[in-house]
Design a protein around this ligand. Structure first.
Ligand code: FAD
Length: 492
């Protein structure tokens, strides 16, 4: 039918990618409409991802910290849990932030169209209006929005294993964040960041953990030296860490969810079946690309549901862009935000004849990753294994936190800071930093400095001669650079 709404830019999806794109486009003077099926903006990250998980992890980390305190001379006794209040804390954090976002949208005159959006042509989207927090209920009303440009930011959802029974004791990360109760025995399917973060929360609250992972190590993508330390510190949380193991079946019984395993490789041995009070599926996320009517707009979607884009975030259809989880790995909020800004700038530049803006591109060298576990693991750029696989010669700077006065004062000296510098002959001993990582408390808050160093092309002298405040954990970055450069004087 004919359109009842029109705009310069239509943004599909109100997650971190979508709202960042919409806000930037509005700030640049464009008429923007944002289509979101849920009652609140913020997408997965704010409603059922980054933020609620961190609200719970904060509490877990304080509890863990307090449990270390008796060794330092203060005993707080056994914690008493009020699970409703804890859930309330998490919900309050979310609602503060979502209220803030809707205020920011209003201030910028971004039109929010509530409902499920589907392309019905290259310049038209149909929206079926929804109500209810999760947008399940349809009101029966529809809108058709005419747009000059579109940005697809429809995100991703958790993968469900086909043989998992439909049972309240089987959850994905969204269900785990609801924190209905603390199970006695919990299985985490998939040893990635999301599963291990949720496992950290539940185990601190009292659950015993098992984890099953197809690959030969947990937290794939992180440097093995760092993961080793995390794993040593976290061993007491786990009954079984099942690596190179597949989950092949599950059955709901009165006693729990009975799960069967198989070796992931031929010749491996399969662990015996186990029964759990809660099973968390954290085996990855699948993009929402196949549910958008993209073909009606001519936008190509891959078999797996991703939408391919160029460095300007442009799809195969020149006036339609895509950003965030739906365009590929890494599925991280800070990547989505940056991509959203690029798409908005390119569009504003094109519509307004501003060549500089129209040339915007996503050209970040690196994107940092953080596991907000205890201790935290954070990394950015090349890992040692990746450098080796790519035949790049690197010089290592490893600084153990046992030599950090602040870490010792905190009673948490298990950490390590590791930096990798280019050591190829062409670097002539002044190789730039190629990657780095940290394991330890607050590692995630410090990884940004290493990302900046990589973006700026810093070498070991640049980082080592940058004066870091003493005594801080961040100082270990300067000291690791001095170790790599061979000038560390070891200042405890
Ligand atoms: P999303 O956040 O997925 O938003 C997409 C939005 O589009 C949703 O609101 C959805 O309702 C809407 N939508 C989809 N289709 C339609 C349609 N047809 N019509 C209308 N609306 C539609 N990342 C980090 O960087 N740091 C973290 O600490 C972190 N923790 C996480 C913890 C968990 C438990 C999970 C699950 C994820 C976490 N992530 C984290 C990942 C992060 O949440 C995602 O990378 C991020 O949300 C992606 O943003 P996006 O804008 O691409 O899409």
């Amino acid at each position: 039918g004919t359109a009842d709404l029109d705009c310069d830019v239509l943004v599909l999806g109100g997650g971190p990618g979508g709202y960042s794109a919409a806000f930037r486009a509005a700030d640049l003077g464009l008429k923007v409409m944002l289509v979101e099926r849920y009652a609140t903006l913020g997408g997965v990250c704010l409603n059922v991802g980054c933020i609620p998980s961190k609200a719970l992890l904060h509490v877990a980390s304080v509890m863990d910290e307090v449990s270390h305190m008796s060794a330092l001379g203060v005993d707080f006794g056994k914690p008493v849990l009020d699970i409703d209040k804890l859930r309330g804390h998490k919900e309050k954090v979310i609602s503060k932030f979502t209220t803030g976002l809707s205020g920011m949208a209003k201030m910028r005159k971004v039109g929010i169209v509530r409902g499920v959006g589907q392309f019905v042509g290259a310049n038209h989207m149909q929206v079926e209006e929804t109500t209810g927090a999760k947008g399940q209920e349809k009101t029966g009303k529809t809108h058709t929005i005419a747009f000059k440009r579109a940005i697809i930011a429809a995100g991703s959802q958790a993968v469900r294993l086909p043989f998992m029974p439909d049972d309240p004791r089987v959850v994905d990360s969204t269900g785990a964040l609801e924190l209905k109760e603390v199970p006695k025995r919990m299985l985490i399917l998939g040893g990635g960041i999301i599963g291990l973060e949720m496992g950290t929360v539940y185990s601190t609250l009292g659950s015993r953990l098992d984890v099953v992972e197809m690959m030969d190590g947990l937290m794939q993508g992180a440097d093995r030296d760092l993961v080793k330390i995390w794993q040593k510190m976290n061993a007491p949380r786990f009954d079984n860490i099942m690596l190179k193991t597949k989950t092949v079946g599950a059955k709901a019984t009165p006693a729990g969810i009975e799960v069967t395993f198989a070796a992931a490789e031929e010749g491996g041995t399969a662990p015996a079946p186990q029964t759990y009070d809660l099973v968390l599926q954290a085996v990855g996320r699948t993009p929402n690309g196949k549910k958008l009517g993209a073909e009606k707009a001519g936008v190509a979607v891959t078999d797996r549901g991703f939408i391919n884009v160029d460095i300007q975030m442009r799809t195969n259809v020149p006036h339609i862009f895509a950003i965030g989880d739906i365009v590929g790995q890494p599925m991280l909020a800070h990547k989505a935000v940056h991509e959203g800004h690029v798409a908005a700038e390119v569009i504003a530049g094109e519509l307004q004849g501003n060549k500089e803006l129209a040339a915007a591109a996503f050209n970040a060298r690196v994107i940092p990753s953080v596991a907000y576990t205890d201790p935290e693991v954070a990394w950015v750029g090349l890992t040692e294994d990746q450098a080796k696989a790519q035949g790049i010669k690197v010089k290592k700077g490893l600084f153990p936190w046992t030599a950090s006065a602040r870490a010792l004062a905190n009673g948490r000296d298990e950490g390590v800071t590791k930096l990798l510098f280019d050591d190829s002959p062409e670097a002539h001993g002044h190789g730039k930093i190629l990657g780095g990582g940290m394991v330890g408390t607050h590692a995630g808050d410090m990884i940004g400095e290493i990302a900046l160093a990589i973006e700026m092309g810093a070498d070991a002298v640049d980082i080592g001669k940058t004066i870091h405040p003493h005594p801080t954990l961040g100082e270990t970055i300067g000291l690791a650079a001095e170790v790599a450069h061979g000038s560390c004087t070891d200042m405890p």
